[in-house]
Structure formats: structure tokens, C-alpha cells
Write a protein that binds this ligand. Sequence first.
Ligand code: AGP
Length: 364
Amino acid sequence: ASYDMGGHDTYMHKEIHEQADAVDRVLRGRIDDRFSTVHLGGLNLDAREARRIRRVKILGCGTSYHAGMIGAQMIEELARIPADAEPASEFRYRNAVVDPDTLYVAVSQSGETYDVLAAVQELKRKGARVLGVVNVVGSAIAREADGGIYVHAGPEVCVVSTKCFTNTCVAFALLALHLGRVRDLSVRDGKRIIEGLRRLPEQISEIMEQEEEVKKLAEQFAEARSMLFIGRVRGYPVAREASLKLKEVSYIHAEAYPASELKHGPLALIEPALPTVAIVPDDDLLEKNRAAMEEIKARSGRILAVAHQEQAKADHTIVVPKNEDELDPILMGIPLQLLAYHTALTLGRDIDKPRNLAKSVTVE
Ligand code: AGP
């Protein structure tokens, strides 16, 4: 593809900077203020059917799987439907029990990822209802699904997904709000989430203003051979995605772990040469996250926190704007896209086309 780079040196940089506009697009025309809900025209799921759903299973690969992890948490929190995400590539080989009361959701930027498509086909063969959360209009997965949500991120050229991840998370927030409002989510909470969604584009622009600062941090971290990313509950999928971004584009080894699991093993790795990136939202787990940072500091680990306020235990904090608790994961990974980008730039990597990777994996 050859779209205009619009003054950016790489598509990745361009696409990171397009996110405020992209989020605006996924929201456009979908918010219903009268009922504090959203209209998702392509869902093909009426209220009666939506109320009968007993579980939600989200399937995707790579970054789309991580967006699905965030989506599952939003659905569980806002709609109180048990939900989880699984790599489509695993799901299709384990002869999973396909349940008629489960809503299956296939997530894919390209809409062509073979493992996801094959999972959708297998599910449909067994009579399941499958929705797609897809970026490319008219793609194979979009066509195969019973309905779904287009994420409207616009063309994403860089192999490393950034804006599509963010938009997919927003699309899941819309789905969670919709499922919540046909069930037990109150008007008041519906309004609260809508207001939060409306704040996102502006808050993304605020994050972009910190690029110079993130760039300086990246220059320091580029020396690391390996990095640890930690978070809990809402912060954990953010850590997973940030670690994938860093690996893909900089080739620095990175591992993501729930902060709650540190003491069950990974603490043994902590030393000055292994920097930790901690996702520290200002929610009811703040104190727990602070305690985890303290454990790392006590073992001379270096910490970069992504948080809603300066963290005394961290060596550096990237402060991101606070949104509603449920929507925080959408914003917290964005400065870490910039971190991955500038780390790769410092190391002279082939940013838009990392070695060994393809934009969409259309084969087994
Ligand atoms: C994203 O940075 C990756 N290159 C990769 O993990 C990607 O998300 C995965 O292959 C799934 O692609 P899809 O969203 O087009 O299905």
C-alpha cells in the first residue's frame, strides 16, 4: 500500500498520531444520548437475544487478542456477563465446547487472519452466533460473521498495529455499553461511560504532547537486553500489548506478567539490568501496585510507571489523563506505543516492516 505519509518518517509514527481522529470516527453517529446507550447498526442482535447471552468468548491473534482481553473485562464489568478472550489459534485446535448461549466475537484488523477465520468457520458449522470486530470493510471475517462492529481506524500500513488496537478497544467499550444497557447497567452509568468516551480524543492529544519526554526515556531503555511489563486486572492486558509492541519493533525481549504474580517467580529476575514498566491506574488497586513497585525497588530494579499521578516508587512516571476506571486501559498503552517506536528508532530498526513479520497472516 502506498498512502501519503503526511510528513511523518514512518507509517507507525503517522498511525500513532492519527489516534485522536480515529477514535472520533469509531464513536461518530453511534452514541444515543436519549437512552444513554449506543446504536450498533450492524450487530444483528436484538434486545431479546442480547439478554439471553450467558457468556461472551472473544477470539483473536496478537494485538487483536490483547484488545479482546480488554474487551472481555469491559463486558464483564459493564454488562455483568462472564467474558474472556483466547487466542483464536489455540481455540480452534482444542475441540472447544461450543455453547448456544455464548456470544462469540472474532477480532481482526485485517479481517483475513487465517486462524481467526478458521475459528469463525468452525463455530458457524456448529451453529454458534459469531460477531466480528473488524477494521477492513468487506474482509473475509466480516463477511463470514453474523454481524459486528467496524472499528473505522482507517488503513493501517505499519505491520505493528497501533491505532487499530485503540479503536478496537473503543469498539468493545461500545459493545459493552450496549450489552450493559439492554441488561442492568443504569442510565447514570451509561451516561458516565458516554462522557468518558467523548473525552478520549482530547486526552489522546494530550498524551501526544509528551512525545519528547517519552523519546528521552526510550533512548535510555534502548540499552536494555530485556524488559518486564507488569499490571493487574485492567492494567494487565495493557502490559501484554506494550510488551508485544516493544518486541515486534525494537527486537528487545520483553515479558508481561500480572503484578500479582511477581512473588510467585519473576521477582528472581529483578536486578538493575532488567527495567520494569508498571501500569498503575488510579483505581482500587493503586496501593497494591505501589507495593509491587516497592518490592522491585528493594531489589534495585529500575521502574518506569505509566500512571495517573507521579509515582514516588518509580524512577520515571509518564502521567496519562484519567478517564472512567473501565476506560482507562484504552489510554494507558498509548505512551508505550511511543516508547516502542522511539526505542526502535534509537536502535535503527526497520520500523514499518519488522523482520520475520507480515501484516496479516493468511496462512496456517
Ligand atoms: C500487531 O502488531 C501484530 N503484527 C499482530 O500481532 C497482529 O495483531 C495479528 O497478526 C492479528 O492480525 P489481525 O488483527 O489483522 O487479525
